[in-house]
Design a protein around this ligand. Structure first.
Ligand SMILES: Nc1ncnc2c1ncn2[C@@H]1O[C@H](COP(=O)(O)OP(=O)(O)OP(=O)(O)O)[C@@H](O)[C@H]1O
Ligand SMILES: [Mg+2]
Length: 312
């Protein structure tokens, strides 16, 4: 499949701080790639470096098979960008802002009008067309930021945490629209801290930490790479201390926590975990009042790979 983005050994310093360390990855035509990583891991730096907005110390970047540079206007005309920091003009209305950004790519007036109206609909700003940005709430401003980046239907779209502060209704609409753009041919690089967005959108995920890629794969591949299997929350009508001790000795159980009458069991990845649990319940003649089974989530993967400690 054709490579739309090819990044090789990208290294970026801010003064003495190495923000990207030998960062390499590819994006194929038609993919939606999720960029995940803790705060300060280098996602925005990677995107802005690829876009030629930041000076890099080392590395090669090709987009659409051509070398990317700050002056590569031929490449840039087919790219859309929704930056992490909202970038709109305060003295232009909502409509005028979107029209301005779309106008950088689409000169024909009628076509542009159609595209601007469509973008307004996607982000649900119909009622706010004549508003100036300083009069918009944080979430509405974010939605305007997105509309400005997507209106011209680029071949390659970068979105850096676009849905921060956006309410769930608009978020669904935006995610659906990104998917639709993708189905129409747009390749997407998407950064977020919302795992459910990644599960919904992304074909492939790249997890970044300390300026390097620490994991890469589809959501399922990443989940399968974990050591942990099911997590089971179970409540028994009666359970003696002796029985609890015996339960804790179940093979492949890695951790048990008890909170009130609810016991949470964390199993290693193994096929017969539930069979063993049911055998135990039967043998001990126990009565389970409730049982809740959870398989690992992308959030579990993220925490396992990047660690659970808080970042600065
Ligand atoms: N303009 C800058 N000058 C100096 N250091 C910077 C600058 N921008 C970012 N950094 C540092 O580079 C590192 C990577 O930052 P970056 O903004 O790329 O992270 P991020 O993964 O996008 O984080 P977030 O999830 O918070 O958006 C951090 O240590 C950050 O403090
Ligand atoms: Mg960022």
């Amino acid at each position: 499949m054709k490579k739309i983005v090819e990044v090789k050994n990208l290294t970026k310093f801010y003064g003495d701080l190495k923000a990207l360390d030998n960062f390499s990855f590819d994006v194929k035509k038609g993919e939606i790639i999720g960029f995940l990583g803790p705060n300060g891991s280098g996602k925005t730096t990677a995107i802005n470096s690829i876009l030629g907005l930041l000076k890099i110390q080392e590395g090669e970047i090709e987009i659409f098979g051509e070398k990317m540079s700050p002056e590569a206007y031929q490449i840039k005309k087919d790219i859309g960008v929704v930056l992490q920091n909202v970038a709109v003009f305060d003295y232009l209305t909502v409509y005028e802002n979107i029209d301005y950004f779309c106008g950088l790519y689409v000169k024909e007036k009628d076509k542009r009008k159609e595209l601007v109206e469509e973008a307004i609909k996607i982000v649900g700003l119909e009622k706010y067309k004549k508003f100036f940005p300083p009069k918009l709430s944080g979430g509405l401003l974010r939605r305007l930021n997105i509309a400005c980046g997507i209106a011209h239907k680029p071949k390659l779209l970068f979105l850096d945490e676009p849905t921060v502060a956006v309410d769930p209704q608009s978020r669904n609409n935006i995610l659906e629209s990104i998917k639709k753009l993708n189905e129409e041919g747009t390749t997407v690089i998407y950064t977020t801290h919302y795992m459910e967005e990644v599960e919904f959108l992304c074909d492939r995920v790249i997890i970044i930490d300390n300026g390097s890629i620490v994991a890469e794969g589809t959501v399922d591949e990443l989940k399968n790479s974990l050591d942990v299997g099911e997590k089971v929350e179970v409540e028994f009508r009666e359970l003696t201390v002796k029985q609890l001790e015996k339960l804790k000795k179940l093979k492949s159980l890695v951790e048990t926590s008890v909170e009130g009458s609810v016991i949470t069991l964390y199993f290693k990845k193994q096929k017969d975990n539930m069979v063993k649990l049911f055998e135990f319940i039967k043998e001990e003649k126990l009565e389970a009042i409730s049982m809740n089974l959870k398989t690992p989530t992308l959030n579990d993967v993220f925490l396992e790979i990047t660690g659970k400690e808080l970042r600065d």
